[in-house]
Design a protein around this ligand. Structure first.
Ligand SMILES: Nc1ccn([C@@H]2O[C@H](COP(=O)(O)OP(=O)(O)OP(=O)(O)O)[C@@H](O)[C@H]2O)c(=O)n1
Ligand SMILES: C[C@](O)(CO)[C@H](O)COP(=O)(O)O
Length: 230
């Protein structure tokens, strides 16, 4: 039984898409890359396990969970969307919490706030208000590198994971997307495409996605600092 199971939450599963190839990082299957001696995947599983009834992970074909990672594995697909779709078919939980393996630092506050929001609305995602100035580029002698027009940042949020949904609603959205050939970068996008309302819950700067070598260096420094009690 999950620690937070309130009305409308029921049995809860954490679904972790971890089947990516990590092309931008360039270190092989990214979920298995270690930060301060512990893989990104092991960190994400450990951060979620206390709050859910089960943890399921989508892995690249031919790879298995490392010893000590307490989860059930399925084989992922060619896209993140496809991997989540397979995970949804592999659980019967009422509520699913989807979290990228590539976001290894997950504050408890965010998990609890998401489960509470999803119990009210059926769909919620972590997100942060955009803090930087945004500019669109213009074509010209340096295509894509010339300052074009300012994009007002008011009301814009950068979407993170975790994202929490009623499993039946998310499965229906995935099934429709597959049927109609629609793709979105994440699950909240699929629910919104179906006309669903997605609550934005304040995420955390610590929830950055390890995408590039610079992100990995940052994660390494952060993990060493935190784990040294800094
Ligand atoms: N076919 C895929 C692609 C991605 N993911 C997962 O989705 C999350 C977010 O993806 P991203 O960070 O973009 O990972 P990669 O696809 O591995 O990165 P890249 O695009 O650089 O190859 C990751 O935990 C990744 O493992 C997945 O399960 N199945
Ligand atoms: C799911 C996600 O992490 C939410 O921000 C993001 O959409 C994944 O994007 P990517 O294109 O796979 O990096």
């Amino acid at each position: 039984m999950s620690r937070t199971g309130g009305p409308g939450v029921g049995r809860t599963a954490a679904l972790i898409p971890a089947a990516g190839s990590g092309t931008r990082l360039g270190r092989g299957p990214k979920a298995f890359v270690e930060v301060a001696g512990r893989s990104l995947l092991a960190r994400s599983v450990a951060a979620l396990a206390p709050y859910v009834d089960e943890v399921l992970v989508a892995l690249p074909a031919g790879l298995a969970l490392s010893p000590g990672v307490n989860a059930r594995a399925v084989v992922g697909a060619d896209t993140r969307q496809g991997s989540v779709h397979r995970l949804l078919h592999a659980t019967s939980a009422d509520t699913v919490l989807i979290h990228d393996a590539a976001r290894p630092f997950l504050p408890e506050r965010v998990v609890l706030a998401l489960l509470e929001a999803a119990a009210e609305t059926g769909a919620a995602t972590a997100a942060l208000p955009v803090a930087d100035t945004l500019v669109g580029t213009e074509s010209g002698d340096s295509p894509g590198r010339l300052w074009g027009h300012l994009v007002p940042r008011e009301g814009l949020w950068a979407v993170q994971t975790p994202q929490v949904f009623t499993r039946a609603a998310l499965l229906a959205a995935h099934t429709a997307a597959e049927r109609e050939g629609f793709t979105a970068t994440d699950d909240a996008g699929l629910i919104a495409w179906q006309g669903g309302r997605v609550r934005l819950v304040p995420g955390d700067a610590l929830l950055f996605k390890v995408t590039t070598p610079g992100d990995l260096a940052l994660a390494e420094a952060l993990a060493r600092n935190v784990e040294a009690g800094g």
